[in-house]
Design a binder for this molecule. Structure first.
Ligand code: GSH
Length: 217
């Protein structure tokens, strides 16, 4: 049995949970899945035992606990992937870290107006100018990564990296909310949607029965 356990939320809704789950699945790091449906008395009780301020994802490596998606991704890369979570070239790695950090700290309009919801497919969805600004920035980041560093494969830096894990839930949102995208961004969304582990996550999310009202638009 693996010493790693990933504690995460509802697959339908929990975008932060998807990120470390995807990197570990992509690189075949073996781990036990512990799903905790969020915003229930049971989840509050279970998560109150951990250091993560009531939030998921949390990674347990034996007794060692690390929380927050980006910190978990870094830990997995260092501890289990020999650094393969980031591009090997120094400058590509610096940019991959920059776009991942920007994803982690920004795009509030997209995140709040378009909550991840694997079950939903919207037509004619309208969003604010703030969300459009986020979308434009994300598309320009994707374009820059793909054109400057993406030669070696379909991912932002060629090989699949932490940056792809960070942006995968944004790609699912763009798809689900029917956002019209420039060619490179649209192609990247398709690459994410075709990822076999993304397809598995979406299917498992669709089979969940819990409804989180705040994430239903
Ligand atoms: N910055 C954190 C955000 C974690 C987060 O907000 N997780 C959400 C689920 S996607 C959560 O646990 N929400 C439960 C709550 O706020 O009570 C990360 O990157 O992991």
């Amino acid at each position: 049995m693996s010493s790693l356990q990933l504690i995460f939320g509802n697959k339908n809704y929990s975008s932060w949970s998807l990120r470390p789950w995807l990197l570990m699945k992509h690189y075949q790091v073996s781990f036990e899945e512990k799903r905790i449906p969020l915003f229930t008395d049971e989840s509050k009780q279970a998560l109150s035992q951990l250091n993560s301020n009531g939030k998921v994802p949390v990674l347990m490596d034996g007794d060692f606990e690390v929380w927050d998606s980006l910190a978990i991704l870094e830990y997995i890369s260092e501890q289990y992937l020999d650094g393969k979570g980031w591009p090997q070239n120094n400058q590509a790695r610096a940019v991959a870290r920059a776009v991942s950090a920007e994803m982690h700290s920004s795009f509030v309009a997209v995140r709040s107006e378009m909550p991840m919801n694997c079950r939903k497919q919207f037509k004619n969805f309208t969003y604010s100018t703030a969300a459009q600004k986020d979308i434009d920035r994300i598309c320009s980041l994707w374009e820059m990564c793909r054109s400057t560093y993406g030669d070696g494969g379909a991912w932002l830096f060629g090989e699949f990296s932490i940056a792809d894990a960070m942006f995968a839930p944004i790609a699912l949102r763009f798809h689900g909310y029917g956002v019209e995208l420039p060619t490179t961004a649209q192609a990247y969304v398709v690459s994410i949607l075709h990822h076999p582990h993304i397809q598995a996550w979406i299917e498992e999310g669709k089979r969940e029965t819990e409804v989180i009202a705040a994430d239903e638009i």
